[in-house]
Write a protein of this length. Structure first.
Lengths: 304, 415, 279
């Protein structure tokens, strides 16, 4: 392999992305994260080292909220991993069957919720689940399950799970599309070779396709993780910044927003807000590093 | 006499300002009142521009939920509009202390307002006033007159009558007795706790005692309203736990509920939406003959961005907002937002009139959590939301709620 | 013929599963759309009924159209979305290629660096970003939004595209090098066409948050001339809003352009997937 020695082209390929990204994203973000080491006393910014983190983790008022939000966030993530991604893979597997009629139609229709803004999703589901409008109770009634209805979004024990499922509804298109694209790149020859050996149908999916799309499943898992631990909008739109009832739907994103920008009479505190954002960043970074160094580099990848 | 003096001062300010203002200026107003967009565009701004040629005004509201965050970001970066609509008390005080709002204490139009009206936008020592008071809102109950006649209940004045009426409406079965939900939380605190509460803590007396440290949130006066709210749960619609604020509004205006715990700001919207006759009654007192207290809350003010490049034009505008002329336009275009100027304004809307008439019969106070007590973390107002919801749902006892709130308050507030 | 795979025994079950999920996916949107064409009373009385001559009303749309120049808003949203997407794809693919194709020192670190952006909510950088836009005079221009969206979209684009580029066969690229193609030619002529499915996927994924974003338009470009459609329709979804006709109509109007946009991209997506599949 003859490669030029200076390899300027690498720099040329990287430069535009790195420049825009550094200037508009990294610099402002880290300038803000820096605030977590300061606090404000009488309109002056004072350096306090890790004091804000001590407050966040040790002051009972703050730590209670933090651990509550973190635990809720994990539950939110678990539901996405257990519901969203398997459904996405299943739909992609069905859609990628050759000669399936109307495949394009199904695929587009199922992807539509992913295109909607959180405002619309929050509003639509609040209407449907609303005890006043009666769509959900009526529908349950027609199948004779009226007794199952509860004002889910208003109950501490159901609200978070309900919202997580709404979020799954909205985003199932993303794993579906990624896996679909990955499945389509599997050459026919490989599948035909499998058929020669008598591997067809379900076992062909399990034994041949699944190993080949593992990298794509890795991507959607880490994207789900990052997306969930950064999530904010849906809960904010549906339940407000206080993430009611009784903080039962509070996740790190809403906790951070409420603290950073303030809410109603509570004034924004950029310093504590940045401390929470730094904690979120650390959690996500650990997850991504586990993926990048622990999983991605070890994953068997087949060049097709 | 007072009236002419006021008019003269306003006139002179306007003259002085227009004299200095030869060139055209466009001033931009930041506001969270996106519902009032049409009103500003069609009525208020044309009236001002007609009197002040050379000044153009743009009203650029954002949604209430984003307003504080968006405004603070823009002020910090220097891209905010010239005129800032002010939330009452600490939110605006913080902006003033950070140097974002200009001091307006020496503006002559300020004399049009009482000290109580101005107190929502003053430093604690009263030396600086940074927003022109615009309007207050009064709490009470709006009811469906037809439903009351149909079921045969009278307007309640005491708590016993109130609950008797609710029982009767419930027994009748045609109407949901009361339209309120706990999903959005603030309704429970604002239309629940702070609506009926002043009768228990005796308005200003209790509120000031709480700030001074003479009373505690564990006192009976402060926990008893939670006990009363706990009784409300039975009279709310099915699934009220997930009922949102718009749900409640729609439930009432569609004629499906008999009573709506309200703020006077609902009037203009309800007039438009409801096709039945409505009436209002004030928060019922505990025993017949008790002095009544109402929440007459200073809610909206308007101030000037200290970094405004159109300071003169902005001051001209603010002086106009402080004038009786503005008060008349505003008070009648938005019945239920009561102008705060000393000059009485003739209000045409009957419901709004009824609300404002209570000022004569009862003692006025503002919402208990707004002044000083919500400066720290945990924030008393936000905690009160959760507490009021818990009271209605019956998940916690009034005494426990009081203890929790008091503990949170004590953690940062020393009287 | 590959008979074994065409006669799938459970074809009916597959259609059944897809149909069922499609119903779940479309039902809420259907509810919003039909109710946006109804009178207020009918919205509440029979939320699931189709609009008929009795209940049909365009009052919501009329209210919405009176409140602003929605064609201008649409145009602004379109410009911002398309320009941002173009640069995200171009810059993202270039960076992804550099990361996946060449071994150089700091490769892994650079990959991590470019992924940092999706780990911190960009909202917290708002004040710093706004200060920068004020300083450069970009505030209240579409460029302010475009720059933010490019920066915001790059991490995901690089992440997904580099994963797909690793699967492009080395033989092909080496053959190109043998033929004397420069590294740039290899990238643009050989590699890019092969990752078109992934490019289309990235385009669709990035289009959604850009089109639907409310926060940055509100902060960086709130002016009437540069308002986006999502910001323009937000006027109807406030705290004190009970005008559900207007809300539902505004929501419907915000949905329809995205659907059209998706249909356009979706064609590309399918064409990309079917013609570009690496065989």
């Amino acid at each position: 392999m003859q490669r030029s020695n200076t390899r300027w082209h690498i720099a040329v390929f990287l430069a535009p992305a790195v420049l825009v990204y550094t200037a508009v994203m990294i610099v402002p973000l880290f300038n803000t994260l820096r605030l977590s080491l300061y606090t404000e006393i009488d309109q002056h910014r004072v350096f306090v080292g890790l004091e804000n983190f001590r407050t966040l983790f040790l002051d009972p008022i703050w730590s209670k909220q933090f651990w509550n939000a973190l635990a809720n966030n994990f539950w939110f993530f678990v539901i996405h991993m257990l519901v969203q991604n398997p459904i996405g893979i299943l739909l992609a597997a069905i859609l990628s069957q050759p000669r399936l009629r109307f495949a394009a139609f199904y695929r587009s229709a199922i992807f539509i919720p992913t295109l909607l803004s959180f405002v619309i999703v929050g509003f639509a589901w609040k209407l449907i689940l609303s005890p006043i409008w009666g769509i959900a109770p009526d529908l349950l009634n027609t199948v004779g399950l009226k007794s199952l209805y509860a004002p889910w979004l208003g109950k501490e024990e159901y609200a978070l799970t309900t919202l997580a499922l709404v979020s799954v509804w909205q985003f199932v298109g993303i794993p579906m599309m990624l896996i679909y694209a990955a499945l389509l790149t599997i050459p026919d020859e490989i599948l035909e070779a499998g058929e020669m050996d008598g591997i067809t149908g379900f076992s062909a999916f399990w034994k041949i396709k699944l190993p080949l799309i593992l990298p794509a499943i890795g991507i959607i898992s880490i994207l789900t993780f990052v997306g969930n631990f950064n999530a904010f909008d849906l809960i904010y739109v549906a339940q407000g910044a206080l993430a009611g009832p009784d903080y039962s739907t509070d996740i790190l994103g809403t906790f951070m927003y409420r603290t950073f920008f303030g809410f109603q009479l509570q004034l924004g505190d950029p310093h504590m807000g940045s401390a929470i954002a730094s904690a979120m960043f650390t959690i996500i970074l650990i997850g991504v590093c586990i993926y990048l160094f622990g999983i991605q580099t070890r994953m068997r990848r087949y060049q097709l | 006499m007072l009236k002419t003096v006021t008019q003269l001062t306003v006139l002179s300010t306007v003259l002085a300002a227009t004299g200095a203002m030869a060139q055209d200026a466009t001033i931009t107003i930041e506001s969270w009142r996106n519902d009032d967009l049409a009103l500003w565009q069609d009525k208020i701004i044309p009236a001002f521009e007609a009197e002040n040629p050379g000044i153009k005004v743009k009203f650029t509201p954002s949604a209430p939920a984003e307003y504080n965050a968006a405004l603070n970001s823009k002020l910090d970066a220097g891209s905010a509009g010239d005129i800032i609509t002010c939330r009452p008390f600490d939110a605006s005080l913080a902006l003033f202390e950070a140097g974002h709002l200009a001091d307006l204490a020496d503006m002559p139009a300020m004399d049009n307002f009482s000290d109580v009206a101005k107190s929502a936008w003053q430093t604690d020592d009263g030396a600086s006033t940074f927003c022109v008071p615009m309007a207050s809102v009064i709490h009470g109950f709006i009811y469906n007159k037809e439903a009351f006649e149909e079921v045969g209940v009278d307007v309640p004045t005491t708590e016993d009558e109130f609950f008797a009426a609710l029982d009767k409406i419930k027994a009748d079965g045609n109407y949901i007795p009361m339209a309120m939900g706990t999903n959005d939380q603030w309704e429970a605190a604002t239309m629940g706790y702070n609506n009926i509460g002043p009768n228990y803590w005796k308005g200003e007396e209790g509120r000031r005692a709480l700030i001074a440290g003479g009373q505690k949130l564990t006192d009976d006066a402060w926990t008893a309203p939670y006990a009363t709210l706990a009784k409300w749960g039975d009279y709310l619609g099915d699934g009220y736990e997930a009922q949102t604020y718009p749900d409640s509004q729609n439930l009432f205006t569609l004629g499906r509920a008999a009573i709506y715990p309200a703020g006077s700001w609902e009037i203009s919207g309800f007039n438009e939406l409801a096709d039945f006759e409505m009436g209002v009654f004030k928060p019922p007192v505990q025993k017949a003959g008790d002095t009544c207290y109402i929440s007459d809350h200073t809610d909206i003010g308007i101030g000037m961005n200290a970094a405004s490049e159109n300071a003169e034009a902005s001051k001209t505008f603010l002086a106009w907002v402080g004038s009786p002329e503005f008060a008349t336009i505003f008070g009648n275009a938005l019945p239920g937002f009561f102008p705060l100027s000393k000059t009485p304004v003739d209000i045409e809307d009957p419901m709004a009139n009824e609300f404002v008439s209570w000022r004569g019969e009862c003692e006025s106070t503002i919402r208990s959590t707004y002044q000083i007590l919500s400066r720290g973390t945990p924030n008393l107002e936000n905690e009160t939301w959760g507490a009021s919801v818990a009271a209605i749902k019956g998940t916690e006892s009034p005494a426990d709620l009081g203890a929790k709130l008091q503990e949170g308050l004590e953690s940062w507030y020393k009287p | 013929m590959r008979t074994a795979r065409t006669h799938f025994p459970s074809a009916v079950a597959m259609h059944g599963a897809l149909l069922l999920y499609m119903l779940i996916a479309l039902f809420p949107i259907f509810v919003i759309l039909i109710n946006s064409f109804k009178k207020r009373k009918s919205i509440f009385r029979e939320p699931l009924a189709l609009p008929n001559s009795d209940s049909f009303s365009l009052i919501g749309y009329k209210t919405v159209m009176e409140q602003g120049d929605f064609f201008l808003y649409f145009q602004n949203s379109m410009i911002v979305t398309v320009v941002s997407l173009f640069f995200i794809l171009l810059f993202g693919a270039m960076a992804a290629y550099a990361l996946s194709e060449y071994r150089f020192r700091g490769n892994l670190l650079m990959g991590l660096y470019l992924a940092l952006g999706i780990m911190i909510p960009i909202r917290i950088g708002t004040v710093a970003i706004l200060e920068m836009m004020v300083a450069t005079g970009l505030v209240n221009t579409l460029w302010a939004l475009i720059l933010v969206y490019i920066a915001q979209g790059l991490p995901l684009a690089v992440f997904i595209l580099s994963e797909f580029m690793r699967q492009v066969s080395d033989d092909l690229k080496n053959a190109g090098r043998m033929d004397g193609l420069s590294e740039y030619q290899i990238f643009f002529r050989l590699v890019l066409p092969l990752v078109r499915p992934a490019m289309a996927t990235v385009a669709v994924f990035n289009m959604i948050p850009i089109w639907n974003d409310l926060w940055f338009p509100l902060i960086l470009a709130p002016g009437e001339e540069v308002k986006t459609l999502t910001l323009g329709s937000q006027v109807f979804i406030g705290q004190y809003v009970t005008n559900w006709n207007a809300v539902l109509s505004a929501l419907s109007m915000a949905v329809i352009p995205v659907l059209i946009l998706y249909v356009i991209f979706s064609r590309q997506l399918i064409r990309g997937i079917t013609s570009g599949a690496v065989k």
